[in-house]
Ligand binder design. Structure first.
Ligand SMILES: [Zn+2]
Length: 82
């Protein structure tokens, strides 16, 4: 499973980026929080949002998770009481 990293500093858009290992935009590892290994980027982003609520997938390396369906699912899970 790939490892995922959360950047401590916010990007130009004001979000903390979640990167997959090997991403060319991943900064020096000591500026990032290692989230661990995940089956899917969705799980990695969930983990990241437990640290910074304004975490978002890197559009370069974790682009599959920014699909509108996935975003919708995040929102739905966030507010679901079941
Ligand atoms: Zn990236």
């Amino acid at each position: 499973m790939p490892k995922y990293y959360l950047v401590r500093r916010t990007n130009f858009a004001g979000f903390h980026s979640v990167h997959k290992e090997g991403c060319p935009f991943l900064q020096n590892a000591n500026r990032c929080i290692e989230l661990g290994e995940f089956d899917s980027s969705c799980e990695a982003i969930w983990q990241a949002r437990g640290i910074y609520t304004n975490s978002n997938a890197c559009i370069f390396c974790v682009k599959e998770s920014v699909a509108t369906n996935a975003e919708h699912l995040f929102e739905w899970n966030m507010f679901s009481t079941s």
